[in-house]
Design a protein around this ligand. Sequence first.
Ligand code: 5AD
Ligand code: SF4
Length: 470
Amino acid sequence: MDRREVVVPAGDMDRQRDYTQRLAALFQQLGHPPLAMVDTYGCQQNVADSQRIMGMLQEMGCGFTQDAGRADVIVINTCAIRENAEKKVFGVVGQLVHAKEKNPGLTICLCGCMAQQEAVAEKIKASYRHVDLVFGPQALWKFPELLYEVCSGRDRVFSIRNEHGTIAEGMPVVRESAVKAWVSIMYGCNNFCSYCIVPYVRGRERSREPERILAEIRELVESGFKEITLLGQNVNSYGKDLDCPMDFADLLREIDRIPGDYLIRFMTSHPKDAGEKLFDAMAACDHVAKQLHLPVQSGNSRVLKAMNRGYTREQYLEKVRYARSVMPELVLTSDIIIGFPGETEEEAMDTVALIQEVRYDALFTFIYSPRPGTPAAKLPDPASRAEKQVWFDRLLDAQNSISAGLHRAYVGKTVRVLVDGGSGDKTWPLSSRTAGGRLVHLKGDHGLIGSYAEARIVDSNTWALFGEAR
Ligand code: 5AD
Ligand code: SF4
């Protein structure tokens, strides 16, 4: 892809600001302060996208509500990764028909990964006639223009043209925390894992210019943000499409030179592209958390090949060994899919054995969900759902006892945590994270929110630690 075609020209971005002003004027005619509701499903990239959508809505003069009955604009930002996520969204969107009946002036928008799928857009067009605007992740930056088309009296608008994707700089953003921020460093995915819908809905890999990323992070650190998570479907591919020679490890080293008291995390890493250079950079950079989310998906090399993952079980284990040799304190997490088409019980148990060998701090576990249009969805899938559930439960049992054991080992120790908010719980009123990203329910004063604290760990369970601020 030619980079000049990838980056949205400044003039096009200016045009969006124009539409934003026109919408602000339209909303003023409502006779009350306009209210928007943004409902987000799925991954951190969607959370980050929703913060941009809120940024645009705020510039249109909107305040925010979680009450659909009071909203003038509703945006549902959707996820397509598994069927369950889609079903949930269809349920929520179906319910909105009542809000629309009560308030015919309400504008309902559906965006995100589901919206980019043609079959979904068709279904919305035919059966969910109360939805006014449908647009995919590639059209996010055009939201003001699309919303203006709808609000200025045009018919329903569907913008799901399947483009390779763009990079839009300078969009406004509403950050929901003053402590933690998301920074997208790249968009899209070229990997085409055989089970995954993402490359079809989020377009090809494209990296933001390093100067833009560094400037954004510098600004966040200067405004007091303490934890910045770099986002990309596969951050290890960062830079492959840039004109300047820079990869993800180089980028981490550049970021690390920004002075301040802050931590950098990142997700997601693809094991195929994560190697010694990255692990050495992580070990060398004081600002980079010694935390790695390195999804293995399966512990069986035949299944990994069928998944088109590009590594074997042994190669993965070798990477983990190297990463731990340079970062002994590394907190390691992973994603696992159980029940990929054709997976046997023995192969699934290879995955259980792998997690017992690696001893992850935590896992995100999923039962395979066929995604129409992906190669895996066409494969024979003889194992029953009940069988897969048995394998899945064994995996969970194994992981729960590993997590509980690793968490127990923290008890009695004092660790540095970032206090990121209140919890609403009387006994443990604060919520905080260790440098490795483990959750610590904390006793301490609310004044600690937004700062680092030393926490003595007094208890633990499978999912979290419990501590007292000192
Ligand atoms: N079925 C089940 N899990 C999936 N994932 C991606 N696609 C599917 C699917 N079709 C999981 C992978 C990925 C995580 C974000 O979601 O484990 O890493
Ligand atoms: Fe999906 Fe694989 Fe890309 Fe991750 S790397 S988004 S699992 S295709």
